[in-house]
Design a protein around this ligand. Sequence first.
Ligand SMILES: Cc1cc2nc3c(=O)[nH]c(=O)nc-3n(C[C@H](O)[C@H](O)[C@H](O)COP(=O)(O)O)c2cc1C
Length: 184
Amino acid sequence: MRKDFGKKTNLLVYPVLIIGTYDEFGNPNAMNAAWGGQTDTNKISIALASHKTTDNLLKTGAFTVSFATEDTVEISDYFGISTGNKEDKVKKSGVHVAKSAYVNAPIFEEYPLTLECKVVSYENEVLVGDIINLSADESILDENGNIVIEKMKPIIYEAGSHTYRKIGEVAGKAFKDGNKIKNA
Ligand SMILES: Cc1cc2nc3c(=O)[nH]c(=O)nc-3n(C[C@H](O)[C@H](O)[C@H](O)COP(=O)(O)O)c2cc1C
């Protein structure tokens, strides 16, 4: 038996994306967004209503996307419950800003993994960005320079209960485990 929830649609599990932008005067802003993901090799799409963030990125043509972590839960939630139209969220949160070397958008140093993007389009409340660079803080790399999830500690957003959750143990290997059925 399955239970129908009708149009109360919910994918249940989402990323916690922090979108960084500058306004026309170079003041940084950050917002929290769940409804987004990578939609091609170098493309990211995020469903965004009209915000200070969209005003900013339409002026600068650029934005960053960082992944929230266990160490940035409170700051990340704050970025989603307050608007840059009313207060300086970056100053109040105390995050440290460095300008991206590739796009006109801020990198927040407390967030170890960041996509640096140029705006492709913002239509029908969907932002599409071209990912120009991915940068990672050295603290989340192994000795070979690879990103280590256990060091990064990204969080996910459980929409049904409005909860941020840690990412758990390895459940399997992609492009591999299905071979047991495929090759049987
Ligand atoms: C967990 C969470 C997820 C959110 N996801 C989105 C989203 O996907 N799209 C959106 O337009 N707003 C989303 N918001 C709301 C914005 O973050 C919020 O309106 C914020 O104040 C916008 O900031 P700004 O006006 O400074 O740009 C989310 C908020 C939270 C707390």
